[in-house]
Design a protein. Structure first.
Length: 92
């Protein structure tokens, strides 16, 4: 196992950094990556023996799964978009 792949806290710190990035640029884009990184860090912390390529694969799969779940639960709702039929500057 690669020495850098076994550092669980680095995955968790990267996850929290991506979470902060999500706060600065909202849109549920970075939140899936943050959840994937934190899950990967938790797996490494619990002792899952995997090398760096396997951990990157776990991170990718967990991130896509988290993004899909977030998209389904917090995605665009029907009727959420306001359609304007009149301009505020139009005369009555």
């Amino acid at each position: 196992m690669n020495a850098l792949a076994g550092i669980w806290w680095a995955w968790v710190v990267a996850g929290f950094a991506l979470g902060v990035l999500e706060i600065l640029a909202p849109g549920y884009i970075f939140l899936g990556f943050a959840i994937g990184a934190i899950l990967t860090g938790a797996l490494v912390g619990f002792g899952v023996p995997a090398g760096l390529p396997a951990l990157i694969l776990i991170f990718a799969v967990a991130s896509v799964a988290a993004w899909l779940i977030l998209r389904r639960t917090m995605g665009v709702r029907e009727g959420q978009v306001k359609i304007w039929d009149r301009d505020i500057n139009d005369q009555p």
